[in-house]
Design a protein around this ligand. Sequence first.
Ligand code: ADP
Ligand code: MG
Length: 233
Amino acid sequence: TFSSPANPATPASAHPATPAAVSGPSFQQLPLSEAMQANLQTLGYLAMTPIQAASLPLALAGKDLIAQAKTGSGKTVAFGLPLLTSLNPRRFAVQALVLCPTRELADQVTTEIRRLARAEDNIKVVTLCGGSPIRPQLASLEHGAHIIVGTPGRVLDHLARETLNLEALQTLVLDEADRMLDMGFADDIAQVVAQAPKQRQTLLFSATYPEGVDKLARRFMRDPQEVKLAERH
Ligand code: ADP
Ligand code: MG
């Protein structure tokens, strides 16, 4: 567990020249492909935010991880890079699943993963959220996908219809775990996880860490490393 950093991350895209973004450790010290390093530079991601610096070395080494840091601290990159690194683009099967509480968040995560995935050719990301028509989702899935980003209920629905299977899953991400629990998704998450291979990496991200999130983590994770950046008051 890490203590609060001297310089908590600011949403760096909103303030590209803030000292917090510029002075953090460089992405270049991470074991990433040259193409990915170049892509990060193109995206303007030069220095890691504190949660990225604390979690990426562990997640890229394949550890299960519980990561807690406030909204806007750059958590998407902290799980996006590990899931892309584990992925085999030549294997056209679902290798990563990111569960999010809402469609809006799933769309944001999808956009960010697509930007990060530009370093690789032809990685397909499909978003599966409730409240969206199912037909276009069925059509996208028919053509296959590498990465699914979705809400637990709709992902479960596709698993039940057998329009989605998780046999090739390598990385499971529970994003905004606290909000997913608040929204009553605990049972749906459990049912999704039950259909994922036991051999996998599980990454849990949350802005807060109430007891319910801790219970969820203990249920689904193997000897997780913990990275918690406390809020400054
Ligand atoms: P969180 O999930 O913690 O709320 P996000 O992943 O949505 O945070 O990131 C917040 C913003 O910070 C996004 O606009 C993202 O593009 C930007 N960002 C993330 N990491 C970096 C970085 N290392 N340098 C600059 N900007 C970053
Ligand atoms: Mg987030």
